[in-house]
Design a protein around this ligand. Structure first.
Ligand SMILES: [Zn+2]
Ligand SMILES: [Zn+2]
Length: 478
């Protein structure tokens, strides 16, 4: 979803990039000047005159002043374009849901909201500039003291003071603007970038909220994707009340207080129209099933496939309730109305894809559902290769079939009796159901050039084992 939206940079993105570039250039320039001064000052031997130091300091203050003066325009562009973008998206949603009547006259609320956001972002940028001013002033103050104290003994440790402050300034890392709760330090440019991104999200959401409320709509649905962090997990796909006026729903405020929409959170929200009983509801929520229900549905669906086509049913592993809970904590488990199953683990792995033969949903619909809800990868016996490449999955790595991991289902499909081990010596030509390699895929949305599993296996060397193949594929996704 996101990938499609990011085709081109929006005007807001462009303004943000310009702002970040401005700050980056300024901090580099300042850091380079200070580094040169430090190189010219060699402890007690070479000292710049107080006058020379003052001139340099003045030049730096001028750079910072000009930087702040150039901040306002891009900030306004970011805020206004993002806000108007949010309004447009919300209007489209409302129109799509047949809601065009404005019930609440918003008057100048939108204009005022944009103004407040512009001020807020600008003030944060002013703090960054002020911080840089303080750091550089401290350095020059100490350097001047160092010059003034020439010949004096003991007392004020001017050079030590400079060195401590120089930890915040370097040509490579810029000038420290902010240290967060986790102790990570942000330079002027990276802080600006983070501020733009978090503010944009807030502004975009506020615009949508204003527009929903103007149309008397109070319910929104939080997007759902996997993987998701612990803070967001409880709110994935949840319906929230914007104002708290619709009973039976948690409020937006509660969700935010609990951590949803934290910095760099990928969640967003959209208009939610409750089911009116006439079947006009939006698509059903993904992750609609408990582990017990899901395991039961998977067993049933797989059993139905096995009755019809035992030679393919073995490829799906029928995990138990305990396995889902123990091996795949936090997985989103989905059962369609027709009893087909698909699940997405917490790290975006698509598992337990099983189409119930009587379900009208197609296998490719199941995969699309998984991808739309955050599934990014899967692995499968090579017999399913064609199905997966036809649905936008690209093979990345593979491992060979291992007799030691042959499942009971596979043995049953081959009519292998208990205690009979002769199958281990048999080649695929002698087996009814073949020994298939395992291929690891990632979702690209494009059709792979490897039409046959053999094409891929000839082109790419096998990984050492299942775990190695998995690791190789996962690395290609990061
Ligand atoms: Zn999160
Ligand atoms: Zn989130």
């Amino acid at each position: 979803m996101c990938a499609k939206k990011r085709k081109g940079l929006s005007d807001a993105d462009k303004a943000a990039a310009r702002l970040v570039a401005l700050y980056e250039k300024a901090e580099r320039d300042i850091a380079a000047r200070i580094t040169r001064t430090m190189a010219a000052t060699d402890g007690d031997k070479n000292k710049l005159t107080i006058r020379a130091l003052e001139q340099q300091h003045k030049a730096i203050k001028k750079i910072l002043k000009q930087l702040l003066a150039k901040t306002k325009k891009p900030v306004n562009e970011i805020v206004n374009n993002t806000f108007n973008g949010g309004l447009a998206v919300a209007r489209k949603e409302l129109k799509g849901a047949g809601m065009t009547d404005i019930v609440l006259e918003m008057g100048g609320i939108n204009t005022r909201t944009m103004k407040v956001y512009s001020e807020q972002v600008y003030n944060r940028m002013a703090d960054v500039v002020q911080q840089a001013n303080r750091t550089t002033s401290d350095i020059y103050q100490a350097l001047k003291m160092n010059t003034a104290l020439t010949g004096a003994i003991g007392g004020y440790d001017a050079i030590g003071n400079v060195r401590r402050n120089m930890q915040k300034v370097s040509e490579d890392a810029g000038i420290t603007a902010f240290i967060d709760k986790r102790g990570r330090s942000w330079n002027m440019a990276s802080y600006t970038d983070m501020l733009c991104r978090t503010s944009s999200m807030q502004i975009f959401h506020q615009a949508k909220t204003n527009e929903y409320l103007a149309h008397g709509e109070d319910l929104v649905i939080v997007s759902s994707h996997y993987p998701t962090c612990d803070k967001c997990a409880p709110w994935n796909g949840k319906v929230l009340s914007l104002t708290g006026e619709t009973p039976g729903y948690p409020t937006m405020e509660e969700a935010k207080a609990a951590g949803l929409f934290h910095p760099n959170c990928r969640h967003t929200y959209g208009l939610y129209i409750p089911d009116d009983g006439a079947g006009n509801n939006q698509q059903p929520e993904f992750n609609n099933s408990t582990s017990a229900e899901f395991a039961e549905s998977l067993k049933t669906a797989k059993g139905n496939v096995e009755a019809l086509k035992p030679e393919i049913a073995w490829r799906v592993a029928a995990h138990t309730k305990e396995e889902f809970e123990g091996d795949y904590p936090g997985a989103a488990l989905h059962v369609t109305e027709g009893g087909s199953t698909v699940a997405i683990t917490a790290d975006g792995d698509i598992i337990s894809v099983c189409k119930n033969p009587s379900d009208r949903v197609r296998g490719s619909d199941l995969l699309k559902l998984a991808v739309d809800n955050g599934g990014v990868k899967l692995d499968s016996y090579s017999g399913n290769h064609e199905f997966y490449i036809n649905n936008g999955f690209e093979p990345v790595s593979w491992c060979r079939w291992s007799d030691d991991y042959a499942s009971d289902d596979w043995k049953r499909a081959n009519n292998i009796k208990d205690g009979d081990n002769s199958w281990r010596q048999k080649s695929n030509a002698e087996l009814h159901v073949k020994k298939e390699n395992i291929i690891f895929y990632k979702y690209t949305g494009k059709k792979s050039k490897y039409l046959e599993p053999g094409d891929f296996e000839n082109a790419v060397p096998a990984a050492k084992d299942y775990d190695a193949a998995k690791a190789e594929r996962d690395k290609s996704i990061e």
